[in-house]
Design a protein around this ligand. Structure first.
Ligand SMILES: [Zn+2]
Length: 292
């Protein structure tokens, strides 16, 4: 059976492990702080690769940032990684083929192959974490767009420059649907810059009506976004993953989305492929694309 040495490279952590053709993790998962320099990231990857590449057929990397359509490079800068990250020559780090995919796209592929969207011909995945990631799968293919940057969730929610997005633009879906956005909703509605996402979640659990109002505003923006995506792509299912997804009542969101839908109703589900979905998806995609 073929094996991939997989990495998940995010703004704060890098994970690594070996994944087989069935999407099974067959080694310990190792965890590192993401180095703050390009050299640091390169050295860390090089060290792991030289140690483990003989056990694998391919190096599969799930990374923050958009990845080109050839799956060989990161295109453009990514807000949460070191400046110039995209200049790294990933192929130069190994004698084996190095395959990259955007982390949300990779996680969407894992959900499609072994998780919540297994039976969905068309699916949209949203990763609700500190930011928002997205992956759209249509007829057994990830929607990549002309450059590789499709499926990122930077479509406009409001026209009046209310809230700055991490991408530098204004009022993107990410700026209203992320964990950071829930805190922002709290700041605005309570006029308190110190309120935390945890305060709001905890308040909702304890029956605090003001916190529930803040939470509902956040959920409502998520519903507006999913409704737009569902009307655009007519998906069999919408999968929610990421650290904030656990707080979402997916059945209630599904009902609200479908109450006002132009296409046929869609199913809204929680992700099932787990915390290492990015690595699993990058590995499976490399195998599915016949890289090795
Ligand atoms: Zn944006």
């Amino acid at each position: 059976m073929k094996k991939a040495l997989a990495f998940d490279i995010g703004g704060t952590k890098i994970y690594s492990g070996i994944i087989d053709e069935n999407g099974k993790i067959i080694s310990e998962i190792e965890k590192f702080q993401t180095p703050k320099t390009i050299e640091g990231i390169k050295n860390l990857l090089k060290e792991r690769i030289s140690k483990f590449e003989n056990e694998a057929d391919v190096i599969a990397i799930s990374t923050a940032g958009a990845v080109n359509n050839e799956n060989t490079a990161v295109i453009g800068s990514t807000g949460n990684l070191v400046e110039g990250y995209y200049t790294i020559d990933f192929q130069g780090l190994s004698n084996k083929k190095v395959f990259l995919e955007n982390d949300a796209n990779a996680a969407a592929w894992a959900e499609y192959k072994v998780g919540a969207s297994k039976n969905c011909k068309v699916s949209v995945m949203l990763t609700l974490g500190t930011g928002v990631g997205g992956g759209i799968i249509i007829d057994n293919k990830i929607l990549k767009g002309k450059s590789g940057a499709a499926g990122e969730m930077h479509f406009k929610m409001y026209p009046d420059k209310r809230r700055k997005c991490t991408c530098g633009s204004w009022d993107c879906f990410e700026a209203y649907a992320s964990g950071t956005a829930l805190k922002k909703d709290g700041e605005e509605m309570l006029n308190d810059p110190d309120v935390t996402t945890y305060d709001i979640i905890d308040g909702v659990k304890n029956g605090n009506t003001k916190m529930k109002e803040i939470f509902d505003r956040w959920i409502n923006d998520i519903i507006i976004g999913i409704n737009g995506l569902a009307n655009l792509f007519d998906p069999d299912c919408v999968v929610l993953s990421g650290s904030m997804a656990q707080f979402v009542d997916v059945k209630a969101v599904e009902k609200a989305v479908n109450a006002d839908i132009v296409t046929s109703p869609t199913s809204v589900r929680l992700a099932e492929a787990g915390n290492y979905a990015g690595m699993i998806g990058a590995a499976l995609l490399a195998f599915d694309k016949g890289v090795v």
